[in-house]
Design a protein around this ligand. Structure first.
Ligand code: NAD
Ligand code: IPM
Ligand code: MN
Length: 360
């Protein structure tokens, strides 16, 4: 198996967590006799500092020549006063658009070993297993016109979708559901927004091609409550870009920490893999970051870009084992017992690596 992976570690905890994910990928290649080629490039604040732009052409060129891109996180407080198009986050949006992946898969489930980490009652989260399909290239993030007219004291963005954009992402959700519990919950704001009415009508149309899958529609405000009350009732949750951004962070409450959540963006020229969390400036550089979201992201990379399902499963099992053994990063340490088992980012990465070595 030959695979060219570009690592764009980015800012804050990005380099810390991707180092652990890369360690795992390197060993999977070595143990399995695979020929993985790794490249590194700058993005976000790191790229602004070195090249004056959040997505240098050199980074984009090598990304487009790769089989998969693994991204850490971008963003930093020092860039917060820049206009959106010059911030580190603009580099992330540009690379997403250039790679073309429109379906961002964000799984969130309740790890039994972390049952006490969620503020939700164990009986509420027990068995919860959701995958969000977040549309990633449309909606408010990319809609035109967009502007802040300072003189007029007015600003606007545009939430726009075409029927085709909804069809292609909906098909991903229904296909996933067919191999899971056969339920799609589509989330919108069709009681207020025309763009959501288009969304709802289109998803209902696509559903006709998948008669074995049950479709339900929810409004986003109610959904944000249902997710916390009855997370077990959801299987595939399909939604537009901004709603998916918000609901997927909310789902971290089910798992116990944002640092646990992985993602994969598929459907374009090159798949993009990024943990759901950001650059976490509050804990950056201290070895406090949880690398498990990034490591589980590496598992998604093996699954979706290398067809190495067994290795992906082995990584997921290794993560589960380490958690069952009681190891924690600081974000996962709630009880006194947990606090005695806190590992640094690197030590947690090594622990997963060791567990994986025993499985593979
Ligand atoms: P964040 O996700 O960086 O952090 C939110 C909270 O979760 C913080 O308390 C942080 O310490 C904690 N956290 C996040 N990841 C963690 C991990 N792996 N281990 C332990 N704790 C973790 O969100 P924010 O603070 O709102 O944003 C910070 C910066 O990150 C901003 O510039 C934002 O734009 C950017 N951001 C980038 C991405 C990305 O690159 N994919 C995603 C989200 C936010
Ligand atoms: C995410 C992040 C990004 C998004 C930002 C940093 C552009 O929050 O990946 O969830 O909103 O998509
Ligand atoms: Mn987000």
């Amino acid at each position: 198996m030959k695979l060219k992976v570009l690592i764009v570690a980015g800012d804050g905890i990005g380099p810390e967590v991707t180092a652990e994910a890369a360690r795992i990928l390197r060993s999977v290649a070595e143990w399995g006799g695979h020929d993985f080629e790794f490249h590194e490039a700058l993005i976000g604040g790191a790229a602004i500092k070195a090249h004056g732009t959040p997505l240098p052409t050199s980074t984009l060129d090598i990304a487009l020549e790769s089989d998969a891109v693994l991204l850490g996180a971008v963003g930093g407080n020092e860039f917060n006063s820049l206009p959106p198009d010059r911030r580190p986050e603009a580099g992330l949006l540009q690379i997403r658009q250039a790679l073309g992946g429109f379906a961002n898969l964000r799984p969130a489930f309740a790890h039994p070993a972390l049952a006490a980490n969620s503020p939700l009652k164990p009986e509420v989260i027990d068995g919860a297993d959701i995958i969000f399909v977040r549309e990633l290239l449309g909606g408010l993030y990319f809609g035109e016109p967009r502007q802040w007219d300072r003189e007029a004291g007015s600003a606007w963005n545009t939430m726009r979708y075409t029927r085709d954009e909804v069809v292609r992402v909906a098909r991903v959700a229904f296909n996933l559901a067919q191999n899971r519990r056969k339920k799609v919950t589509s989330v919108d704001k069709a009681n207020v927004l025309e763009v959501s009415q288009l969304w709802r009508a289109t998803v209902s149309e696509v559903a006709k091609d998948f008669p074995d899958v049950t479709l339900e529609h929810q409004y986003v405000d109610a959904m944000s409550m249902h997710l916390m009350n009855t997370p077990r009732t959801y299987d595939v949750v399909l939604t537009e870009n901004l709603f998916g951004d918000i609901l997927s962070d909310e789902s971290a409450v089910i798992t116990g920490s944002l640092g646990m959540l992985p993602s994969a963006t598929i459907g374009g020229q090159v798949n993009l893999y990024e943990p759901v969390h950001g650059s976490a400036p509050d804990i950056a550089g201290k070895g406090l970051a949880n690398p498990l979201g990034a490591i589980l992201t590496a598992a998604m990379l093996l699954r979706h870009s290398a067809n190495l399902e067994q290795d992906a499963l082995a990584i997921e099992t290794a993560v589960r084992k380490v958690l069952e053994q009681g190891y924690r990063t600081a974000d996962l340490a709630r009880s006194e017992k947990d606090k005695k088992m806190i590992l640094s980012t690197q030590a947690m990465g090594k622990q997963v690596h060791e567990a994986l070595n025993e499985i593979i």
